[in-house]
Each structure stands twice: as C-alpha cells, then as structure tokens.
Design a protein around this ligand. Structure first.
Ligand code: 7PJ
Length: 283
C-alpha cells in the first residue's frame, strides 16, 4: 500500500486514520510586488514573512521567484536563482518542510543541493531535463496540470471533459516519472486551479477531488487561495478573499486533499484544527 507521501526529511500519511491535512504557505520572492529596495530588502521581507508563517503553524513553505499570474512574462534563470536560493538556504533548518515553486530544471538542481524537501512544478516536469534533475534525489514532486502557459492560459481555456483530460494528463506524468525510476511515494498531484481553466472548469475539478485521488492513487494538493474562482462565487476582490479561500480549502480537505496551498496560514491552520476536531476523517 502506498499510503504515505515521502518527501525529503518528511513523511505524511495520506490514507487511513492517521491522516492530518497539511498547510503549505505561499512565499513569493518577487521584489516588484512590495518593495523598491532591491535584492537585500526582498530577502529580509521574505524571511520575516516566513518567520510569521512558522509562528502561525505552517507545515510546508513554498518559495517562488517567478510570478505565474495570468499573462506574466517568464523570469530569466539567473534572476530566479538570485531571488530564490538565499531564501532556501535561510529557511532550510527552521522547522517546516521547504518547497520550491519552479519549472526550470536548473533551479530544481540548485534547490536540491540546498536541501529542499519538495519541488512544486506548475508545468508537471515537462521541461526537457526536469525529470533527470529530480530523479536521483529524495525530494517530493508536486505535479500540477496547466493548459497552455502562463502568458496564454487564460485567453481561451477549452476542454471537452475537463476532469477526464486533467486526470489523463496527471496519469501520463505519473507514468513518465515512475518510468524514470522515481519512487511513486514521492509524488503528489494538483489539478492546477486557474491554470488554463474557467471558473466552471475549476469547480468541476474541485468537486472531482475524491475521484482524482481514487483514480490516480496519489495524494492531492489543492491551491485555490485568493484565486478568481473564489472571487467569482463571493463577488469579492482579491484582498477580501480570505474567508472564501478558507472555505475552499475545507471543501478540498473534506474530499480527501492532503495539502492546501494558501496565503493565509494562521486562519487556515485554525479552520483545519476545528475541522479535524469535529470530524472523523477516514479515507
Ligand atoms: C499554484 C502553484 C497552484 C501549485 C501557483 C497563485 C498562482 N503551485 N503555484 N498549485 N498556483 N502546486 O498562487 O495564485 O495552484 S502561483
């Protein structure tokens, strides 16, 4: 039975009665978004944000240097390394698991040297060299589905059956990774909310959480924090989507998601604690 997710220094049961849903906190290291003080200031800001997430009870910190919001241009390799690597080294021994959000094989290799526990690839390890970069490590691998690429994905998302197509994509990537000799216990899957999907596609996938897990036999990570699918239902702008995002995280966990990727760590941790105390989660 493959009933634990094994990644880096960590081991999470994801089937049976010892399951506890985990919170992945989003740490964006993108200087443009909050400061004009350049490299040093963005490092300081990232570290203090991470320290707060640790106080708030985060399980995994997901460090990303490239904005993958719709229409965003790609970030050159050297800049991504410059942003992300100092943060990975600074956070490696602070307690939580460390993940890096990247689709570049060169960043994956450097991050593995720095000792990250997980690589979170919005591109599903499709880049040439991505599988080779991660094969001989023990880090976890989050395989996300994306239609098209960040610059074009929201122009005209189109599926004849979104759940079937995302399932088939994830199955193919699981097979590609395991065919290269990668232990399936290192893998988790992610339907990729907002990545080449309309609001209807996103909710069809959220409702299919249990089906994706059952069909693919791999734990699932759900990332819908502050996304437009939350705004579409609540009518709220991005800065007022916290409660809606917590509701979405609970909907995913109720259907068997193991990890939720969120901006609002404290609120999500509290919601999951009460959720867990008030339910008998059996999967
Ligand atoms: C996701 C991600 C997601 C995973 C981003 C944002 C956009 N990685 N990276 N899943 N989203 N695995 O956070 O709004 O949904 S960047």
């Amino acid at each position: 039975m493959r009933s634990t997710l094994q990644f880096g220094r960590f081991n999470y049961p994801w089937r049976g009665d010892r399951v506890r849903a985990r919170v992945m906190g989003i740490l964006n290291v993108t200087p443009d978004s909050f400061s004009d003080g350049g490299q040093h200031q963005s490092l300081e800001f990232a570290i203090s944000h991470a320290e707060q997430m640790i106080l708030d009870g985060v399980d995994i910190i997901d460090v990303g240097g490239e904005s993958s919001r719709p229409g965003a241009p790609p970030l050159p390799l050297a800049q991504e390394l410059q942003r992300v690597m100092p943060v990975l080294y600074a956070l490696r021994d602070q307690g939580p698991a460390i993940s890096v959000d990247t689709y570049k094989p060169e960043v994956m290799r450097e991050a593995i040297i720095a000792g990250v526990d997980m690589i979170n690839d919005i591109n599903g390890f499709r880049a040439p060299g991505a599988i080779a970069a991660v094969r001989d490590s023990d880090c976890g691998l989050c395989i996300m589905h994306m239609q098209s690429d960040p610059q074009h994905m929201q122009l005209a998302p189109s599926y004849s059956d979104v759940v079937a197509e995302v399932t088939a994509f994830l199955r193919e990537r699981i097979e590609a990774l395991t065919a290269a000799g990668i232990d399936p216990r290192r893998l988790c899957i992610d339907p990729g909310f907002g990545f080449g999907k309309t609001v209807e596609h996103n909710y069809a996938l959220l409702k299919a959480t249990g089906q994706l897990i059952a069909e693919l036999g791999v734990p699932l990570l759900a990332g819908l924090s502050r996304k437009s699918m939350v705004g579409a239902v609540t009518g709220k702008p991005v800065e007022q989507r916290m409660a809606g995002s917590v509701g979405g995280a609970l909907a995913a966990v109720a259907q068997g998601a193991l990890i939720v990727r969120v901006h609002d760590v404290a609120e999500t941790v509290d919601a999951l604690k009460v959720w867990q105390a008030g339910t008998n989660l059996q999967r």
